[in-house]
Design a binder for this molecule. Sequence first.
Ligand code: BGC
Length: 439
Amino acid sequence: MTTLKYVFPQGFKWGTATSSYQVEGSNLNSTWAPFEEKSGTILNGDRSGAACDWWAGSRWKEDFNRASANSQNAHRLSLEWSRIQPKPDVWNEEALDGYRQMIRGAISNGLKPLVTLHHFSDPIWFGEIGGWENPDAPQIFNRFVEKTVSALKPLVSDWIPINEPNVYVFNGYLIGNFPPQKKLALRSALKVLVNMLRGHASAYETIHRIQPEANVGTSVNVHGFFPARNNLRDRFLSRQFDHVFNGSFLDVIHNGSLSLVGYRINEKKVKNTQDFVGMNYYTASQIQTSTKWTEIMTFPEGTMLSDTGFIGHEPEYFEKMLLWAKKFKKPIIITENGTENRDDVFRRTYLAEHLISMWRAISKGASVKGYYHWTLVDSFEWERGWIHPFGLWELDRETQKRTRRDSADFYKQVISKNALESEDILHFAPDVFKRSIGE
Ligand code: BGC
């Protein structure tokens, strides 16, 4: 019988990723809190509420125990700026202490912390002074970075200043799904992105000044784009999507500049401000010219989809994006990858084929050092509320009870062997086994 064995590099980091607003609960000083109260902002009128009760109930303890028993050796978490700095001139030392305990808890469970300083959530006071449109935003953010990194440096050396600035700007400033609900023209939205690039670069410098040995990287959402039809217009538009969405942050951090149609980003100070390339990969879309937005970006007919159609199963673009990222000549970390799925059948297929794609990219020279599955426990999915269960553990929000999904067992096999092997693929994702041997 054919056997399959995909072995990963020694010392590989295997973990899950979470973000503060999505798991902590009761984050009342974030711009998301008043946003949630407005009608029509969150699907089905959902609320983050107690979320996974990581703050008031310290349930990170039980979740880190789970991750550890699952053989994971790393965890990516984020800190809530609005908790640590609830007012411009107020530092909440108790909150910092809460995070100290949380991070110590991760470490004592054998989970190496990778800490994000901004994951989609801003303090209300920061929003009131213009948020990331304020030209001083990079310096304002930098004060928080300086305070927090100085406090936590004995525990953390791997940092990500800003999560997915491309998604944050797209949702918050182009289509208005996230606070501050703006619908700016592309050119103005790109200015917000430039401000975030500057925020990233000054955080990079600040962290290295405080902690010279630190590893500071990115966490950018990379999306595969391909033309729907083989004509000039679709090919052109697909390339533009790729430049704006995938390149506007990562290429500028690498080169200091980027030319887009009718707009040039020139930020010399931003050049070379990443020690690793952090990539969040979920899916890929076909692009076609159309006057209707809903027709421009779609999944091709017949694509395997997650429960609500939010994620199309496109593992080959995962490999392509990893090979694309080789040009940055830095270690690569998959800071997020996963899917929503309630019955957990699709998730196991998705997990297997994305790990195979990652292995292929590694065997073709992509220097991937770690993989953080999104996510540990079902959590609050922003403007989509609670309809998207991404967790290896299912969350019952009434009781806070967690139930392990089979994907968690599958992930544990992979981590324990540092390899994806036939018997586990056959057991957890038999369809993938058949496809892999060409049946
Ligand atoms: C974000 C996460 C989010 C995930 C799944 C990523 O874009 O960083 O916060 O939960 O996608 O929707």
